[in-house]
Write a protein that binds this ligand. Structure first.
Ligand SMILES: Nc1ncnc2c1ncn2[C@@H]1O[C@H](COP(=O)(O)OP(=O)(O)OP(=O)(O)O)[C@@H](O)[C@H]1O
Ligand SMILES: Cc1ncc(CO)c(N)n1
Length: 268
């Protein structure tokens, strides 16, 4: 029986992050991918030049359409942009019970650019985070959510435990925004177990979409029936492989190679 996964996220015109990365990741995992678009970014490897939001009703209509007919085995949220969309998504997720739910709390890109407004951060924290099966903040998002500064592994561990108190079942603090060997290190806390997921640091400047890809891979693994911590381990291994085959496109930060088994080896 084909498993189905849903991404509720923004469009990246450059194809490296957002729903484009999510759908490619779902396809790689042989999971049927579906999308509820929240906003359309004009974006390339150099940055975001414009964002247009859909109405909250347009977002929830997409979710209802797929859930009521096709069904969903795993869901992720990505860029939700504003308070209205976040409130509407939190409500429809609860009403339709579309769990397991991976919440990638997209607020700040790895380069430090803010992707949602301040009021939206408060709403995300109070309405959506408590519904997450797994919450996947990057370094900067973890700093906002924990109020701590993250400079080393001990800080990442402390932040994971502190953010867990906001109500998600589990938290994965991602290391891509850290320096050196910590780039390949993510810290997991589920209320009982504190685990460090470590892979090598891949020496590539082309890391656009790593976070979207990871949360989509985790949602796909959950849809396939993996336990949350197994889903994270598999998802992290997938991102590491895809980073080895990152594609040097554009003038800036290129995307990871989602279909690495089909790509020529571009690793230096
Ligand atoms: N250079 C790297 N080598 C190995 N793993 C990496 C590297 N960069 C990122 N990762 C991994 O990629 C995943 C995503 O983490 P990251 O912190 O980059 O997310 P993010 O900031 O949300 O991504 P983005 O906003 O660019 O989509 C994590 O599992 C992290 O460990
Ligand atoms: C649409 C979109 N979602 C998420 C990110 C974060 O990588 C991005 N750059 N663009």
């Amino acid at each position: 029986m084909t498993k189905k996964a849903l991404t509720i996220a923004g469009s990246d015109s450059g194809g490296g992050a957002g729903i484009q990365a999510d759908l490619r990741t779902f396809s790689f995992h042989c999971v049927h991918g579906m999308s509820a678009v929240t906003c359309v970014t004009a974006q390339n490897t150099q940055g975001v030049s414009r964002v247009d939001a859909l109405s909250p009703e347009a977002v929830t209509a997409q979710v209802r359409a797929v859930v009521t007919d096709i069904g969903v085995d795993g869901t992720k949220t990505g860029m939700l942009l504003n308070e209205g969309i976040i409130e509407a998504v939190a409500e429809v997720v609860q009403e339709l019970g579309i769990y397991p739910l991976v919440v990638d709390p997209v607020m700040v890109s790895r380069t430090g650019a803010q992707l949602i407004d301040d009021r939206a951060i408060a709403t995300l924290t109070s309405c959506l985070l408590p519904q997450a099966t797994i919450l996947t903040p990057n370094r900067y998002e973890a700093q906002i959510l924990s109020g701590l500064e993250l400079n080393n592994l001990a800080d990442m561990k402390q932040a994971a435990q502190k953010i867990h108190q906001l109500g998600s079942k589990a938290v994965l603090v991602k290391g891509g925004g850290m320096t050196g060997a910590l780039k390949g290190v993510d810290v997991w806390f589920d209320g009982d177990t504190l685990t460090v997921f470590k892979t090598e640091t891949v020496a590539t400047p082309h890391t656009h979409g790593t976070g979207c890809t990871l949360s989509a891979a985790i949602a796909a693994q959950l849809a396939l029936g993996a336990s949350p911590s197994d889903a994270v381990e598999q998802g992290k291994n997938y991102v590491t492989q895809a980073l080895h085959y990152a594609i040097p496109l554009g003038q800036g930060t290129g995307p990871v190679g989602h279909f690495f088994p089909l790509l020529p080896d571009l690793a230096p």
